[in-house]
Design a protein around this ligand. Structure first.
Ligand code: NAD
Length: 697
């Protein structure tokens, strides 16, 4: 027995109660406990059936993933499941909360399953780059059918109890956890139901046996929907083995595939991201019990591209928000776009009209600051001009209650300077949303010199409330994400001068796993944004620094990207598909000629290194300067803000998996060839010499 599981009995029903807070993870203590309790239950002459149930808020929520990197202690989960299957009395899993991964596999090892209506079940292993490794891929198709099993295993998404019941994964939906499970167990006893082992059921495999082509069809679909990910494909192979091999052979095949996946770079990358995401909220000098301010009302200044999206975030979370702009016309325009956005979601069936009306009702347009005296937070999203921002903050400082937090959505400006225009710099913080602000999950939380711990902790809590991944960063030009991306886009343009076409550059990075390449991304964001920044920097740019004029020349022709129907590509009206443009290729050739650069064939490998390594190099500087707290934070920023492929673990993890020494040497070679923009970051050099890594300890 022990502390992780205990045996008890009520009438004819024995109960094995797992108790391993907080989520009853399947650590070694739980595995041993279940096996020991099963022996006790089998020996208990009064017990005619056994219920496996969990204390606390959930059934076994999954494996103990901290055990992944250690040698496994016996019994492993397969042995626990074998013990459940071999129990001479019917064993019933009583599911509440979530039964995920190993939790569902354990339940599938029981002879029957009952679940609370609010329970969810699933096999989320693909999200860690692996597949279920304790029979999940062999047992699930035998109860749910092959198609449903493929969907559950390749998506990793949980399904609710009602659906699990309809699919046959759960035998009965029960109301009250303990009494409901006992009643179901008594029914099993009364009806004399047998010890039904899923491994012995083959009926639901029949469809797939007669239609073997379904696996290839599924592979093709998943190759698109989960582009670049290996684990979903492994999952399909394992389910195919369930159909084609006898159960024990299928189990062996699953084990082999699981082992292969577990030690793959992709799985290490995905596990790194899983842990990094849980780390981001941990700020070394902010205690866990740091008091935060309640955010019950908000205001957004500026009803433009960003302001509208930011206001939607508050409304979506049920927080009333005042939206302010300088004229009624601009307010109407901003609200019109918000309305159109919500209506689009309603049309797709993802939001009810009633919810849309509720949300619109939470957004109050206003022209002056009179109505925001009592709001808890203001997010400023006006034009990117320091003088305008200082003026707005001065007015906000005078208009808002002293406790209110004043946040700025600036992308590049100095948050310390903005804070200094108020009498409450401790209440000023950067909340850097990404466009479209109602969609993108990333929120850079910019901690300025005087930002208080309370303000920072409140911003982190707010990020969670509005369902963003908040990452704390320091003040510098561009913060973490945009500061790093400058080198990524810069090299993409240099490659155009050296011999590549926009479509070749973009395809190499798309194939690497980005949703789109840097030039297509620039077209989407608007080329005028970078143009304006470059014009501002022109006066201070060293004369001997390499500079590509292609982006500027496109803007001079009015080619601002998608919004003007042309940029690095052409676009048909109303269509976002980029069309390669011979005029742009001619411009690239002319620029090479003007600069005296001999155009050459450039490999995809070089394109990827030239664009991704500046991210790593600048990331190393950012870490050295303390602008980001951890390499994992940078990786999270890149995954949620820029679509960096999750299966590559973010730029810093990528450096580790390629080998810091190798990356450093390549950067040195680029430095020798392309000049000082490639100067290796001192931290990278130190790490290469000391054999250290960013993310692997
Ligand atoms: P935008 O031009 O679309 O919107 C700015 C809005 O602010 C306009 O509606 C304008 O009328 C209003 N405004 C200007 N001065 C005002 C004032 N004094 N009082 C009230 N309203 C005023 O610009 P945007 O793209 O939404 O950018 C806003 C801010 O967000 C900028 O600081 C920008 O750097 C930052 N940002 C932009 C993006 C992006 O991708 N567009 C991403 C992150 C951050």
């Amino acid at each position: 027995m022990g502390q992780f599981a205990s045996y008890s009995r009520r009438g004819a029903v024995g109960f094995i109660t797992v108790d391993n807070p907080p989520v009853n993870a399947l650590s070694i203590g739980v595995r041993k406990g279940i096996v020991e309790c099963l022996t006790e239950a089998a020996a208990d002459a009064e017990a005619k059936a056994v219920v496996l149930i969990c204390a606390g808020r959930t059934f076994i929520a999954g494996a103990d993933i901290t055990e992944f990197n250690r040698p496994l202690e016996e019994p492993d989960l397969n042995a626990v499941i074998a013990a459940l299957e071999d129990c001479p009395k019917p064993v019933i899993a009583a599911i509440h909360g979530t039964a995920l991964g190993g939790g569902l596999e354990t339940a599938l090892g029981c002879h029957y399953r009952c679940a609370a209506p609010s329970a969810q079940v699933g096999l989320p292993e693909v999200k860690l780059g692996i597949i279920p490794g304790a029979g999940g891929t062999q047992r699930l198709p035998r109860v749910a059918g092959v198609k449903a099993a493929l969907e559950i295993i390749t998506s990793g998404d949980p399904i609710p109890a009602a659906k699990a019941h309809a699919l046959g994964i759960v035998d009965e939906v029960i109301d009250e956890k303990l009494d409901g499970a006992a009643a179901f167990a008594e029914k099993v006893i009364a009806e004399g139901r047998p010890c039904l082992r899923i491994r012995d059921l083959d009926d639901r495999l029949a469809d797939a046996k007669s239609n073997p082509g379904m696996f290839d069809e599924f592979r093709k679909a998943v190759a698109q929907s989960k582009r670049g990910f290996e684990a979903p494909q492994h999952g399909i192979n394992a389910v195919e083995a369930a159909v084609n091999l006898p159960f024990d052979k299928g189990l062996e095949r699953e084990r082999e595939i699981f082992g292969e996946a577990l030690f793959s770079t992709q799985s290490f990358a995905q596990r790194h991201i899983f842990f990094a995401e849980r780390q981001v909220t941990k700020i070394p000098d902010i205690p866990k019990d740091q008091a935060t301010l309640p955010i019950k009302s908000a205001a957004v200044i500026g009803a433009g591209t960003m302001g509208g999206g930011i206001a939607m975030n508050f409304a979506n979370a049920g927080i009333p928000v005042v939206l302010i702009d300088s004229t009624q016309e601009l307010l109407d325009k901003g609200l019109g776009i918000i309305k159109k956005n919500y209506a689009g979601t309603v049309a797709k069936g993802k939001l009810t009209q009633e919810k849309m009306d509720q949300r619109m009702g939470l957004i109050t347009p206003a022209l002056g600051y009179d109505t925001i005296k009592n709001v808890d937070i203001v997010v400023e999203a006006v034009f990117e001009e320091m003088d305008i921002k200082r003026e707005v903050f001065k007015k906000l400082d005078a208009a808002c209650k002293p406790e209110a937090i004043l946040a700025t959505n600036t992308s590049t400006l100095d948050v310390n300077e903005i804070a200094s225009s108020t009498s409450r710099p401790e209440k000023v913080i950067g909340l850097h949303f990404f466009s479209p602000a109602n969609v993108m999950k990333l929120l850079e939380i910019v901690r300025a010199a005087k930002t208080s711990k309370e303000t920072l902790a409140t911003a982190l809590a707010l990020a969670k409330t509005i369902k963003k991944v908040g990452v704390v960063v320091g003040v510098c030009d561009g913060f973490v994400g945009n500061r790093m991306v400058a080198g990524y886009v810069r090299e993409a343009m240099f490659l155009l001068e050296e011999g590549a076409t926009p479509q070749q550059v973009d395809k190499a990075l798309y194939d690497f796993g980005f949703p789109m390449g840097p030039l297509q991304m620039s077209d989407l964001a608007g080329l005028d944004i970078g143009w304006r920044i470059r014009k501002r920097q022109a006066a201070t740019r060293p004369k001997d620094e390499r500079y590509c004029e292609i982006g500027d020349k496109l803007c001079e022709q009015g080619r601002y990207g998608q919004k003007t129907g042309a940029g690095f590509y052409k676009y048909e009206p109303g269509n976002r598909t980029p069309i390669p443009d011979p005029e742009v290729e001619a411009l690239c050739v002319a620029e090479s000629k003007a600069k005296g650069i001999a155009r050459r064939a450039i490999s995809d490998e070089e394109i990827v290194k030239r664009c991704v390594y500046p991210l790593i190099n600048e990331g190393a500087r950012i870490l050295d300067e303390g602008i980001a707290l951890r390499a994992g934070d940078i990786d999270i920023i890149y995954i949620y803000g820029y679509g960096f492929p999750v299966f590559r673990g973010g730029p810093m993890f990528c450096a580790d998996s390629a080998g810091i020494d190798a990356v450093y040497k390549d950067i040195c070679a680029f430095h020798a060839e392309h000049g000082k923009l490639w100067e290796p970051a001192p931290l990278l050099e130190r790490m290469a010499k000391e054999g250290k890594t960013f993310t692997m300890g």
